[in-house]
Design a protein around this ligand. Structure first.
Ligand code: EPU
Length: 301
């Protein structure tokens, strides 16, 4: 979708930066996605006015975080994307509290806190994406997730049209799911973290990194796990037991290394990936009677 010159001028006046004809292939870890215009927010304070303008002009839009857990349709997209792009995402520590901008890199945040002797998030080190994306889906790995550490969140609430600060306890953080409204936009978070010597944190990080390197296809284009695990079960193990490693639709392929990672093994299209997802879901249902739920967020037109 393209923004016309009049709206472009008004957006720029509001302090939003506009990029025309951006390929979202380059914005996603899967390397899949169509083309559209993009608004970059360098300052969070401009968000409410920009959102009002987009509503007044009936311009459909979606917020894109780190692009590491999303599958986006191909071709010209019928919406624009919005992206928090603060040049130097704020991160600061006060006692046991870390105040982090949502646009910060998740791994960068873990390291920043570790260097200041605050731990508890060692497992998150290799999880790709932004702090905002991690908050929205309660990202986690190796027994750690971000939710339990959250004390306050500053966000833009589409429902009120305002920037608000809410308590962490007002949000439910479940397994890869939260009770944020779909159009809430995370801006900043206050985390409370256990003090731990840097050396100990680094040792914990090393263990997680080694496990991850041994089991996940880190050098291939993927969105991490495609499906959630069912309660008490392992999706990766089921897909593996069905002999589906290497199974492909076009260039969308079940990873040879971890069967719940689907990789873009060349120039996969969104429809290749969707067909592979449906195919595997049906096979797992046929053999195990389990209905797999997507972990990846799908943006179909
Ligand atoms: N397994 C297989 N074959 C495979 C993959 C896994 O047999 O191809 C078996 C493993 O041997 C193991 C069990 O399945 O016994 C579980 O595998 P793993 O330890 O790799 O964990 P997972 O449940 O598949 C979850 C998260 C990952 C996270 C790891 C480590 C989900 C959907 N996935 O994977 O998160 O990194 O644990 O904590 O919850 C993600 O969310 O995108 C993600 C990658």
């Amino acid at each position: 979708m393209r923004i016309n010159d009049t709206v472009s001028a008004r957006l720029e006046h509001l302090g939003a930066e506009l990029r025309h004809g951006v390929s979202l292939m380059e914005r996603t870890s899967l390397g899949i996605g169509g083309i559209t215009d993009e608004i970059l927010f360098r300052r969070y304070e401009s968000i409410p006015d920009v959102m009002t303008l987009l509503a007044d002009e009936s311009i459909p839009h979606r917020f894109l975080g780190g692009g590491t857990n999303v599958l986006i349709a191909d071709g010209e997209l019928p919406y624009i994307v919005l992206h928090l792009a603060t040049l130097h995402p704020g991160m600061r520590i006060e006692g046991n509290a870390a105040y982090i901008d949502a646009s910060a890199d998740l791994g960068g945040m873990v390291t920043f806190c570790a260097k200041r002797d605050l731990g508890g998030m060692e497992g998150l080190i290799g999880v790709p994406g932004s702090v905002g994306g991690a908050l929205r889906m309660n990202a986690g790995a190796y027994g750690t997730s971000i939710g339990p550490h959250v004390r306050e969140i500053e966000l833009y609430r589409a429902a009120s049209g305002e920037l608000e600060t809410i308590r962490g306890s007002d949000i439910r953080f479940d397994y890869r799911h939260t009770s944020f409204a779909p159009d809430d936009v995370m801006l900043r978070v206050k985390l409370e973290l256990p003090p731990r010597p840097f050396k100990e944190i680094v040792a914990g990080i090393k263990v997680c990194n080694e496990k991850r390197r041994a089991s996940q296809p880190l050098n291939q284009k993927s969105a991490g796990c495609i499906f959630k695990n069912p309660p008490g079960g392992s999706t990766g193990r089921m897909i593996d037991e069905l002999g589906l490693k290497g199974h492909r639709v076009g260039d969308a392929m079940v990873s040879e290394r971890h069967a719940n990672f689907f990789v873009n093994a060349g120039s996969a299209s969104c429809s290749d990936m969707l067909r592979l997802i449906d195919d595997v879901r049906e096979r797992v249902h046929g053999s195990y009677g389990v209905d797999l739920e997507n972990e990846v967020i799908v943006w179909q037109n």
